[in-house]
Write a protein that binds this ligand. Structure first.
Ligand code: HSE
Length: 328
C-alpha cells in the first residue's frame, strides 16, 4: 500500500527510519513538514528525504503545503503525525477529514484531534468505508487498543487504570530515588525529550487526561471530553510527601482511572504500594485493564520516543494492509 506522511518531527522521523530500515511493503508517495511538501507517485527515496530534512530543515518544496499532499498525493493511508493541538485539533483535524473524504485510511499519533473529535471522525470513516487507527495516541509503543479490540474481543471492559504520562512518572521516580526537587526532576525530563512542548500539559495532568478521554471514548464510545475528567497534577507535590509515602513502603504515581459503570474519570497523584503493577520506573507507561473474562491485564512499555511510537504507527499500518488488502 502507499502512504503519505504529514509531520516530520520525532514520530514522523521514526516512521520513515523504520520504513527505510525494514522491508514492510509500504511505499511513501507524499510527505510534508510544516514548511514544505513533496509528492512522487512512483515512491519517494526515504533516506534522501531524511538527509535533506537534516541538512535544510525541509523535506520538500516550499511551494507544496501539507494540505496539498493530503489533497493531491496518490496514497491509501494518511499517516498524520504533525504536532498536536489540544484546543481545536487543527490543522491535523482538517487533514484527517480531507483524507477520509477522499476514502483514504488514517493512522495517527495526534492526540488533539482524537480527543476532541473521535466520534465525528469515526462516523465519517465508517461512512466512507475506511479505517481510522490511533494506537500511538495513548502510551506510545504499548499496544493498548490492539489488545482491547483484538486480544480482549468478547470481554466486557469494566475499568482502566494507567500511568499515562512518562514525564510525570520520570519526575516522581527521580524525586523518590535521588531526592531531587520537583524543579530539578522536571528539567531532566525536559532534557530527555519526554515532556510536551509546553510541560504544564504534563505536570498538571492534562496530557494524561487527554489520553484517558481517548481511552474511554475508544473503549466505550461514551463521548466524554476533557472537562469530564476530575484532574489534579503533580506540580504541587513536595519531596516531603514522597518521603512520607516511601516510609510506608509505598510511593506516589500519577494515576488515570476510568470506570464504566460509575462513569468515573480521574487523574490524580495516588499513594500506592511499591509492589503494585502500576508502579513502573522512569518514563515507562503502564495500563491495567479490568474485564469480566480475562480479569486484569497489565501492559507496560515505553510511552514516548521516536522509534517506540513509530512501532504503534507501523502496527496500525500493517493492520490496515492486512484487513483492506495490499495493492501492488
Ligand atoms: N509528554 C508525553 C509523556 C509524551 O510524557 O508521556 C507522550 O505522549
Amino acid at each position: 500500500m502507499k502512504i503519505a506522511v504529514i509531520g516530520l518531527g520525532s514520530v514522523g522521523r521514526g516512521v520513515l527510519e523504520t520504513l527505510a530500515g525494514k522491508n514492510i511493503g509500504l511505499s511513501v508517495t507524499g510527505i510534508a513538514d510544516s514548511k514544505s511538501g513533496y509528492i512522487d507517485p512512483s515512491g519517494i527515496d526515504i533516506k534522501k528525504v531524511l538527509m535533506q530534512k537534516k541538512k535544510t530543515g525541509r523535506c520538500g518544496d516550499a511551494g507544496v503545503t501539507a494540505m496539498d499532499v493530503v489533497r493531491e498525493a496518490d496514497y491509501d493511508i494518511l499517516v498524520e503525525v504533525s504536532p498536536t493541538n489540544a484546543t481545536d485539533g487543527e490543522p491535523a483535524l482538517s487533514y484527517m477529514k480531507t483524507a477520509i473524504k477522499r476514502k483514504k485510511h488514517v493512522v495517527t499519533s495526534n492526540k488533539g484531534p482524537i480527543a476532541l473529535a473521535y466520534k465525528e471522525l469515526k462516523a465519517l470513516a465508517k461512512k466512507k468505508g475506511v479505517a481510522l487507527r490511533h494506537e500511538a495516541t495513548v502510551a506510545g509503543a504499548v499496544p493498548v487498543f490492539h489488545t482491547v479490540e483484538q486480544g480482549l474481543a468478547g470481554n466486557d471492559i469494566r475499568a482502566v487504570f494507567g500511568v499515562l504520562n512518562g514525564t510525570c512518572n520520570y519526575i516522581l521516580t527521580r524525586m523518590a530515588e535521588e531526592g531531587l526537587t520537583y524543579e530539578q526532576a522536571l528539567l531532566e525530563a525536559r532534557e530527555m525529550g519526554y515532556a510536551e512542548a509546553d510541560p504544564t500539559y504534563d505536570v498538571k495532568g492534562i496530557d494524561a487526561a487527554i489520553k484517558l478521554v481517548i481511552l474511554a471514548n475508544t473503549i466505550w464510545g461514551n463521548g466524554v471530553t476533557l472537562d469530564d475528567v476530575d484532574r489534579t497534577g503533580i506540580d504541587r507535590l513536595t519531596p516531603e510527601a514522597i518521603r512520607l509515602a516511601e516510609e510506608g513502603d509505598c510511593t506516589i504515581r500519577l494515576i488515570a482511572e476510568a470506570d464504566k459503570s460509575s462513569g468515573l474519570l480521574r487523574v490524580s497523584p495516588r499513594i500506592i504500594r511499591k509492589n503494585h503493577p502500576l508502579v513502573v520506573e522512569g518514563s515507562l507507561n503502564a495500563i491495567s485493564i479490568e474485564t469480566d473474562l480475562a480479569k486484569e491485564i497489565t501492559l507496560i512499555g515505553k510511552g514516548a520516543g521516536s522509534i517506540e511510537t513509530a512501532s504503534a504507527i507501523i502496527g496500525d499500518l500493517l493492520f490496515i494492509a492486512e484487513r483492506y488488502g495490499r495493492r501492488p
